[in-house]
Design a protein around this ligand. Structure first.
Ligand code: RIB
Length: 306
């Protein structure tokens, strides 16, 4: 079978500051250190899947600035097919992440070239899917996030369904999405903050997550994962709800942990695993990712996980 993952999403140049606490208004705070790395939810998820040896294609845009080649080359070095990343005039996307010593993360993104992804880019991806054996549906996963324009997300979901892909949507950052988009995806993944946005309820316990995930999955008639950071994840798969605890590790920095998780879920789904099995495998991947600085450099290979 011709197994492939197509990720349509963002590529960002990440500046990660390790800080003891958030600065007060008017205060200049000294960071304990900084890391500069390739990021963006799309590219991060693509890199994780590629590191796990699944053929992975990245569809997105970078700018013409200094970080553009770095973003493309880094993805390529990690094994991602970068033929469908387009260069557009202007700045590449950027992430500025304050990683606080207590493990909390405060991030801002600059859209840059990520908002130049067009419907033509999505049509390009038909080439990718046509080259795969689309009669065997589990061989194709399309993975999307919310760091590109909403109309492009909607269009990509439609094209992916036409091509027979399993569609994974990481609805992050949380934004208003047409309800029909959410109903068309096969697997919806959100963290606890995004889950609160979509469910209009505080997700402050595993029990609450179980209650809300059921409502959400039944509303949109799909399978859903709520990632809960150091507490683990809750997955809804065809009527079964399971809590998957996180592994206990000494976390260094958590940027990209959720992306590592989703890249690993997509990889496992293509390998024919159930969603709950996929989550168990993804838990191991993200546990490794949080033990190093930065998103893509921290993500494990298949050998690391084994
Ligand atoms: O999920 C982490 C990612 O979110 C970072 O790499 C940052 O660029 C933002 O897209």
């Amino acid at each position: 079978m011709n197994k492939k993952i197509t990720v349509i999403g963002s590529l960002n140049y990440d500046v990660i500051l390790k800080i003891p606490r958030l600065p007060f208004k008017g205060e200049t705070l000294t960071a304990n250190g900084a890391a500069f790395s390739a990021g963006g939810k799309g590219a991060n998820q693509a890199v994780q899947a590629a590191k796990l040896k699944t053929p992975t294609y990245m569809v997105g845009c970078v700018g013409t600035d200094a970080s553009a080649d770095f973003l493309v080359n880094t993805a390529k070095e990690y094994g991602v097919n970068v033929d469908y990343i387009r260069k557009v005039p202007g700045s590449s996307g950027m992430g500025v992440i304050n990683a606080v010593e207590d493990g909390s993360v405060y991030a801002c993104i600059v859209r840059g070239a990520n908002f130049e992804v067009t419907k033509d880019n999505i049509v390009d991806t038909v080439n990718i899917t046509e080259n795969a054996d689309i009669t065997r549906l589990s061989g194709l996963v399309e993975d999307l996030q919310n760091e590109i324009p909403v109309e492009i997300i909607a269009y990509a979901i439609d094209k992916a369904k036409e091509a027979g892909c399993i569609v994974v949507l990481n609805a992050a950052p949380a934004i208003e999405l047409p309800e029909e988009c959410l109903s068309k995806v096969d697997i919806l993944v959100v963290n606890e903050v995004e889950a609160e946005f979509y469910c209009h309820e505080k997700i402050d316990s595993v029990e609450k997550a179980k209650t809300e995930i059921k409502k959400m999955a039944e509303k949109y008639n799909n399978n859903v994962i709520f990632t809960l950071g150091k507490d683990g994840a809750v997955a809804y798969e065809n009527g079964t709800i399971e809590f998957i605890p996180a592994m206990k590790v000494d976390a260094i920095e958590t940027t990209g942990a959720g992306d590592s998780y989703i890249g690993a879920v997509s990889h496992s789904i293509i390998e024919g695993k159930s969603l709950i099995e996929a989550c168990k495998f993804a838990t191991k991947c993200s546990a490794i990712t949080v033990c190093r600085m930065g998103a893509q450099p921290s993500m494990p290979t298949l050998e690391d996980v084994e």
